[in-house]
Write a protein of this length. Structure first.
Length: 85
């Protein structure tokens, strides 16, 4: 039971750290004015709303594909080389 509790606390801590890092990253980018930059870039896409939405969804899909590939690699490597504290 002690090992299970240790693993659960380690996983919870890692996920909470990711949440804090993502929130901090978002706030820093917002302070730098990136939200206005993206708004101007998306607003400047020619052709109206449909092509703009299609392009944004395509970029998000491509990013998700790449990030998912890295996540799968990370899970496979972590599963093959477990470390215990």
């Amino acid at each position: 039971m002690r090992g299970l509790l240790h693993d659960a606390m380690a996983m919870t801590g890692a996920l909470f750290s990711l949440l804090i890092a993502a929130t901090t990253f978002t706030l820093v980018l917002r302070l730098l004015g990136t939200d206005r930059l993206v708004n101007n870039l998306v607003g400047g896409i020619p052709g109206g709303d449909i092509p703009a939405v299609a392009l944004v969804l395509g970029v998000i899909g491509l990013c998700a594909f790449v990030l998912d590939a890295f996540e799968i690699i990370f899970v496979v490597v972590a599963d093959r080389h477990p470390t215990r504290c």
